[in-house]
Each structure stands twice: as C-alpha cells, then as structure tokens.
Design a binder for this molecule. Structure first.
Ligand SMILES: *[C@@H]1O[C@H](CO)[C@@H](O)[C@H](O)[C@H]1NC(C)=O
Ligand SMILES: *[C@@H]1O[C@H](CO)[C@@H](O)[C@H](O)[C@H]1NC(C)=O
Length: 153
C-alpha cells in the first residue's frame, strides 16, 4: 500500500510537471524529428520524420544546388529522384509513399509530368494533388512534396 501511494504520488507529480510545461517536456524526449537531405540554405530540400512518417519539403529539380537543364520531363524525373534519395535516407522508399502534392508552374505541363511520374513511381501510386501555382520560387517548372510511411518504425 505504501508502494502504491509512492507510485501514485510520483505519477501525479510527473503528470502535473508535464501539464505545467508541455513544451519543455516535449523537448526533453528522445529526438524523433530529423532534418534530411539539405541542399543548402537557398535551394533547400529535406524532410522531417516523426513517428514512422516522413514529410519531405517541396523538392525541386536541382543537383548540387543548381537547377538542371531540360524541360518538364527531365525536371519531373530529377525531382522524383531527389525525393527517392530523401526517402532512402529516412529508411523508406517511393513504395511507401502515401501522398504527393505536385506544384506546376504551368498546368499545360500536366500530361508530360504525368507521363514521367506514371513511369517512375511504383504502383499503387500514392494519393496525389496536382495544382498550378502562380509562381514557383525559382526558375523551374515543377516542385513535388511527399509523405511516406517508414516501415519497421
Ligand atoms: C555533385 O557533387 C558530387 C560531389 O561533389 C559530384 O560527385 C557529382 O558529380 C556532382 N554532380 C553534378 C551533376 O554536378
Ligand atoms: C503555359 O504553357 C502553354 C503551352 O506551352 C503556353 O502557351 C503558355 O503561355 C504558358 N503559360 C505561362 C503562364 O507561361
């Protein structure tokens, strides 16, 4: 009975500490968020992982910080490859992708993007949203972000 009282008291103390400073408490836990695949401060890529899921940043058709040559097909292929590298670093792959969002500078590029995307991504394809955006933040035609499960996590 004494032991139980100690346990309950300890629990209440821990619980009230957690409630009184939720942000500090979260910061003390093991890190579950990791930054991956940085391509530098301007042409940044990368991703956050948490609880078995990786969220990539909007990933652009760059290699070593420079936008690649070529049109929508080449750029789409490069973005998919760049995301593959990020997913691999996170311990997963395109096979576990659940959702993508495709940002196109020009919706006229949709079918060409779709052709490359259809060929390079494994089936079943992740759920996808594709939109034309007024302007992408650089001189490129396509940007893609992805959410993927991390198996065995
Ligand atoms: C990118 O950088 C790596 C490492 O320096 C180099 O091996 C590779 O050839 C570069 N790729 C391109 C396309 O410049
Ligand atoms: C989008 O692409 C079409 C077809 O190439 C072109 O006619 C149009 O001017 C482009 N729109 C913009 C905003 O660049």
């Amino acid at each position: 009975m004494v032991q139980l009282t100690v346990i309950v008291t300890t629990f209440l103390a821990v619980a009230s500490a957690a409630l009184s400073s939720p942000i500090q408490n979260a910061a003390k836990k093991d890190p579950v968020v990791t930054y991956l695949g940085s391509q530098g401060p301007v042409l940044s890529g990368g991703a956050f992982t948490t609880k078995g899921i990786v969220y990539t940043a909007g990933t652009i058709p760059s290699v070593n910080g420079s936008i690649i040559e070529g049109g929508i097909k080449e750029q789409t292929a490069q973005v998919i490859k760049n995301i593959a590298a990020i997913l691999e670093e996170a311990g997963t792959s395109w096979h576990y992708a659940m959702k993508t969002t495709v940002f196109l500078a020009n919706m006229s590029d949709y079918s060409a993007m779709n052709e490359v995307y259809g060929k390079l991504l494994p089936s079943p394809k992740p759920a996808r949203t594709a939109v034309e955006v007024g302007k992408l933040p650089g001189n490129f035609l396509v940007e893609i972000e992805a959410i993927a499960a991390i198996p065995d996590c």
